[in-house]
Design a protein around this ligand. Structure first.
Ligand code: HEC
Length: 134
């Protein structure tokens, strides 16, 4: 009986891992990322700062408005359209932050050695400003 229950527990834990890793497969996302809130306000200043960092670091792949239509976007593995509505729920603040910092090899570069913490959060604010209001 005990082994039976343990087996169910293990199966459940495994299923949970598969569900979590399927959502973020290939990305390095810390466990508590989804509840991590942006330390910056979505103010005009922060969004302007984020926009200029986006223009110099991200636009060549993601396009000026995050549609995934930049000149360096590879048609076989295109840069994500960051304004897709299905992405809003799977990409809360902290998840976008860690996707930017850690990247997803080999398609999406990591920016942790290029952007400071504050710069990356400003980019998160800009990315959020590209989403259509819900
Ligand atoms: C060399 C091209 C390239 C550059 C530069 C680049 N990206 Fe990406 N990015 C990609 C590709 C390709 C994907 C899709 C990866 C995947 O899902 O496998 C992606 C995915 C993402 C995602 C995840 C979308 C999702 O819903 O999973 C975010 C967020 C993102 N990029 C933001 C940025 C930001 C912000 C920058 C600049 C700091 C940036 N990217 C720079 C190519 C790039």
């Amino acid at each position: 009986m005990r082994t039976h229950r343990t087996a169910i527990g293990v199966a459940f834990a495994l299923q949970l891992c598969i569900a979590v890793s399927a959502q973020y497969a290939g990305w390095t996302i810390p466990e508590n990322a989804a509840s991590e809130k942006s330390p910056l306000a979505p103010s005009a200043d922060n969004i302007t700062k984020g926009r200029s960092l986006f223009a110099s670091n991200c636009q060549k792949c993601h396009g000026p408005l995050g549609k995934g239509d930049g000149p360096d976007s590879d048609a076989r593995r295109p840069a994500a359209d960051l304004t897709d509505e299905f992405r809003y729920d799977i990409n809360p603040d902290g998840v976008v932050y860690h996707k930017i910092m850690n990247g997803r090899p080999p398609d999406m570069p990591a920016f942790k050695s290029t952007l400071s913490r504050n710069e990356a959060w400003a980019v998160v604010e800009y990315v959020k400003s590209l989403r259509k209001p819900q």
